[in-house]
Design a protein around this ligand. Structure first.
Ligand code: AMP
Length: 192
């Protein structure tokens, strides 16, 4: 089973590369942000709860994210593996996730961190906001999301480094070239 975590700040290309990985390795894509956006679109209680945090650039509370993630994974119990995109985002999420994976005997294969500097992230996100109309891609919310990333999510780099699961890939350049680097990291380091 191949379980990949695509890690990085907002705008680093997690979504783009996750879609390509899912297609290449025939995995299930789990993007917690996409799931929340779909719940918001359907005006569910979960969606409305998540929206109040997302609009401010804050993280949705851990227990809400974890409950949702575990129920989605139960639905895909026949999957060959997963690409986790935008999850985990806090140490608590990573610890609970590890406990859950240990029970299911399906460890994380590799964490791929996309390295992109802050100026480039802001440019990309502002552009995406204009093109896609994503309501959290406005400059003020983007800055808040980057602060939240630095405070709450970035410490996970060390968490996975200690577990010897972390590999970094430079995330600026042509998409196909970055994707090739990601694939060679997977083929060299993931125990498939
Ligand atoms: P994303 O599409 O991954 O950039 O996520 C968009 C927003 O959804 C984030 O700014 C958070 O408000 C929320 N979100 C997505 N994934 C998580 C997560 N794992 N933990 C907490 N909040 C999340």
């Amino acid at each position: 089973m191949l379980n990949l975590i695509i890690f990085g700040p907002p705008g680093s290309g997690k979504g783009t590369h996750s879609i390509k990985l899912v297609e290449k390795y025939k995995l299930r894509h789990i993007s917690t942000g996409d799931i929340f956006r779909s719940e918001i679109g359907n005006k569910t209680t979960l969606g409305m709860r998540a929206k109040s945090f997302m609009d401010k650039g804050e993280l949705v509370p851990d227990e809400v994210v974890l409950d949702m993630l575990f129920s989605v994974m139960d639905r895909y119990s026949d999957a060959k593996g997963f690409v986790f995109d935008g999850f985990p985002r806090t140490i608590v999420q990573a610890e609970k996730f590890d406990e859950m994976l240990a029970l299911r005997k399906m460890p994380v294969s590799l964490v791929i961190s996309l390295d992109v500097n802050e100026d480039e992230l802001i440019n990309r996100l502002v552009k995406r906001g204009i093109e896609s109309g994503r309501t959290d891609d406005t400059e003020e919310v983007i800055r808040q999301r980057l602060n939240v990333y630095n405070k709450q999510t970035k410490p996970l780099l060390n968490y996975y480094k200690k577990k010897k699961l972390l590999q970094s890939v430079y995330g600026i350049g042509r998409i196909d070239e970055i994707f090739e680097k990601i694939c060679s990291v997977i083929e060299n380091f993931a125990s498939v």
